[in-house]
Design a protein around this ligand. Sequence first.
Ligand SMILES: [Zn+2]
Length: 490
Amino acid sequence: MSSIGSLAQMRPVQAICPVFASFGLTTIRTLERGQYRPLVLAALLVGLCQTGEAQEAQRASSSTPSGGAVTLFQNVQIFDGKSSTLSGPRNVLVRGSQIERVSTGPIPTDRSATNVLIDGGGRTLMPGLIDMHWHTMMVRPTPAALLTGDIGHLNLVAGAEATATLMRGFTTVRDVGGPAFGLKRAIDEGTVAGPRIFPSGAIITVTSGHGDFRQPFEVPRILGAPQSRGEQTGAAMIADSPDEVRVRVREQLMLGASQIKLTAGGGVASPHSPLDASTFTEAELRAAVEAAENWGTYVTVHAYTSASIRRAIAAGVKCIEHGHLMDEPTAKLIAEKGIWLTTQAFPDEMADAFPRGSLERAKALEVFAGTDRTFALAKKYKIKTAFGTDILFSQRLAQRQGELLTKLVRWYTPAETLVMATGTNAQLLALSGKRSPYPGKLGVVEEGALADLLLVDGDPIANIKLLEDPEKNLLVIMKDGRIYKNALRN
Ligand SMILES: [Zn+2]
């Protein structure tokens, strides 16, 4: 739990942060004029007290051993997130939030009441799964609900989904767009059970780009006019010049973004952007890259076409999301430049979020048709490829998150697939550098790594389909050394 976890424990605002006390009052006056929601005020007042020191304490509390609690896994075979085979029998000691020891011999513990002993019975211990393309706030609601729904309700739904995500064995997600900062904080504080979140904050888009969900009546935008609904909620920010891009990027970094997400080309779900459109100019993309790199992190972009991918790479972007419509020379360029690719084997049902006959549905099917070629190109040129599902607008589909991983055996061996969703994904997370919210090693089972662990009832390399039914086959789910599920407990 964070040291600032409880409002009741908080000292008065002035006592902690006098500099901001008057700003808080200004905010109250603004609220009286009806420009802000009560929730925004509450968030501000709580957030204001989280100046440097408190934020540091929060960061520290999530990285130090959680009370030194000890869990000993006995007699497990390890899939370590890197190798193509399981280890022989091992014992694994977790102390606090870290894996302290991995041993072939017995590990003595002092059998005090806080120790948990888990007899693995020869089952497989593996790293928690990582989804590198996730939208924490947008998994369950329909597009219409997201644009028109009550914010409090949307937050609670996202919290419930975060718990379900963790219980499917996904201990970390990289959130590539959406107002996830509050949920992330609630998870890190222990208020809600959920995965670690690497947040991007708002998706940054151009006018009419992927992420501009305004209606025609909202155009033209008059300078100084209120923000659009998507901007008010922090889902997406519209920026139309290098300077505006810099502001929007720096705002997300200020809020705690661990990487920055821009939409470099048209998208499926947005009503005004054709798939073939390249959206930001190279100068605008470069402004985002500069701002992110000055902050020690990187920019990833949504891009399907060769043109949008090439422009992004020229501007210094380090990761491409999707790439489904790229040509072979572009795949070669991605490989040569060492750029990451996060692409998806979208299930056809995903198009069901859009009505039959709609433009969005047609765009979805056009993208899906590129899946096979994209994975083939990624393999042929040995592109650094990360696994991420991009599940949107469907709780039912989210329940199949593990199945979207196992589908990759169409292109990769089961071991390659498992390495991608653990150790390889963690390498891309590490691009966030010091902006990582969770200092420490993720995605591997080794001494010193963060203890995000799954005990699988069987050998997932021999039978990767075990991950399609996490409720049955994941017997233990641990994140940060804390056990969230233990089906072996008597
Ligand atoms: Zn996405």
